[in-house]
Design a protein around this ligand. Sequence first.
Ligand SMILES: [Zn+2]
Length: 445
Amino acid sequence: MAGTLTVHAEGEEKVQTTNPAQSGGGESRSGMHNPKVAGSSPAPATTKTMRKRGLCDLNDPDRPNLIARLPGEGKAPPLLLYGHVDVVTTENQPWQQPPFEGKLIDGYVWGRGALDMKGGVAMMVAAFLRANAEGLRPPGDILLAIVSDEEAGGDFGAKFLVEEHAELFKGIKYAIGEFGGFTLTIGGKRFYPIMISEKQVCWMKATVRGLGGHGSMPEKGGASAKLARLLKALDENDLPIHVTPPAKMMVDAMASALGGPQSLILGQLANPALTDFVLKTLGSRGRTFYPLFRNTVSPTILHGSSKINVIPSEISVELDGRLLPGQTPDDMLHELRAIVGDDVQLDLIQFDPGPAEPDMSLFNKLADVLKESDPEGIPIPLLLSGVTDGRFFSQIGIQTYGYLPMTLPEDFNFSQIIHAADERVPAAAIEFGAQVIYKALRRFG
Ligand SMILES: [Zn+2]
């Protein structure tokens, strides 16, 4: 099992599926139609068949999605396992090992996607194939979906499947997806955060205007001065605190496991009157919790003059806004207006709604399976500050649990290694995750 799985993980990372493509890459290369990598049973669809079945957007047949179903006993709703095979760029990153060779060195598989998330896909595929090989009849059907395009918005992947092929997911209430299950050591305790909810994308544009003109004739108080005031206001002010149910569940679970003074401090994060005080007390750790208690805005792209000698009469800045679960773009615009004043035009560019309240029905079972495999581990609910394909599946009523169980060394900083140089994963962690997911497949009903 270990040998086969390592081959899967190494094989996957050898494939260039950078998104956006660096050299004409596409997820069709990831082995989702290659029996040697994806396993020979149940029969993986070929790209041609997938095209016939309409599982890839016909505008780009190199961006397919694979769906496989293992029939269950029909005693529980089907369970969805899904993962993406595209990865982010490696450009301008100083890698110690080549990012697309999937080398196994001292027990680690090195390569882009090791953590996000070809390693996770290897776990899911291994668990699924094992269930099939052993003739397992799980409580309900298991649907495995290997998707394209997560890293660039899901247009060819989960979004496409949900919008064009919702019928494939009929009856599914719960899914296992990415971002959760990796260990996080705090106060000597080993936590396994299981993602139960995520924030929502709320991208906006702020525009300021003033007199334009020739660069040789300076303009005081113009658009660039207003931009400076806008950016300063965003830097110096925080949006208001909101304590949402998933954030409260997360800190309560951590606090009760930690005990002692740490527990008292962490527990107060969910007290809106003290949240900011506790965030400051936590120092650099507070940075992790900051976005879990408020909507946030990060200015990212500036559009000003295109000529050095032309003073722009209009400057805009794109704002990467993220909403807490249950909050709306109107809430965000209202909160932002109070900070930036009336002289700034605010426009919503994109809103990807997510689920308002998590459905925790499957959480305890997933947590129990994890605890059996690592008795010292403490599974806790996780609210993710970023987003996953879970937001698309939530639109058809599916609750995702981010559950890729990986026991990592204490000094291994998961969140600093994903999307960065030297992405790697202990092969044993992938093996562990495959075992835990397999156990969950037997018992999810
Ligand atoms: Zn990912």
